[in-house]
Design a binder for this molecule. Sequence first.
Ligand code: PMP
Length: 372
Amino acid sequence: GASTVSILYVLKEFIQIYKQNHDYNLTKLSPPEIGVEGLVGNTPMVLIKSLSKITGNNVYAKLEYLNPGGSSKDRVALAIIKDKELSHELNEGDCIYEGTSGSTGISIGTVANSLGYKSEIHLPDDTSPDKLILFETLGVNLIKVKPASIVDPNQYVNSAKNAALTNNGIFADQFENEVNWDVHYKTTGPEIYQQLKGKVDYFIAGCGTGGTIAGVSKYLKEKLHDKFISILADPQGSGFYNRIKYGVMYTNEEREGSRRRHQVDTIIEGIGLNRITKNFSIGESYIDDSIKVYDDEAIKMARFLNVNDGFFIGSSSAINAVAVLKLCKENPTIKNKNIVLAFCDSGTRHLNKFWKEALKVSKDITIESIYS
Ligand code: PMP
């Protein structure tokens, strides 16, 4: 009776811990405590019925917004913190510093709270109010700086780095820290591969730091070689499109403006840059093509997928959904393929900026009015 139950209980616990250790061994992380951080990763994948039907393919969304801190950046935050723990740079109560326009900071705040660290986030003062409220609820020390170019010492990444130096703290450094792509190589990539039983034909993602597209593309190319195609969806004003297409990092400024935030007000947050980060450079040789997407297309697509499928997505997910539509319209021979889109964060984080615009779009929006 009681002893059988307790043996079963121990067995169940063991399997649970083994499973998590096993998953995290992939990332060289120490075993997670059973706290919020134990929920990071292993996100579901779901069919986007409307886009599958319209394109004649199986279009899947990898639901990164179901991570406990609401985005794929939970993986990066946890991996960076665990890496610093392993190298004994981080001790109980220490503060982690990061420069981020949102998601990464929210993930660092979430994981830091769960593991007993403090966090200080530097961000541009035009970041969406929804994210600012999230930071407040997490008790993160928030430093708002004027939007500036990366060469300016007061730019948010530089400002976070300087604060870490001055206070002898840890600078997470998501753009240059290679733990970023590595965690996607060791978790996100293998998860996608397993979820589709090895049949992954396309992966489409945007590029902020480059960690997601680098890690996932490298893993899937190594597994599937030329059978797998990686596509970078790039928002207006970002230089990655030209970099992938023509090998040069420049924007079509006359048509698109520049992504530098102090020059152009952009609706899409979290992706698009005019510089090559370490994490992007790792991924570059594994990326096959790039598709340019404009703000208004993403806004309409977000509304379309909400009304037709029930997805409530953030702006960078919408970019990827427009890219799959363009890919399949321009290449009608692409049929019956498995195409995976990164759905990085949800609409709740974009209520006052992106979704304010998306709500102006009629609920009767047709796919042809997005791209035809
Ligand atoms: N979507 C959102 C909402 C993001 O915040 C980011 C990262 N800043 C990305 C996509 C891109 O991910 P990555 O940094 O791995 O390129």
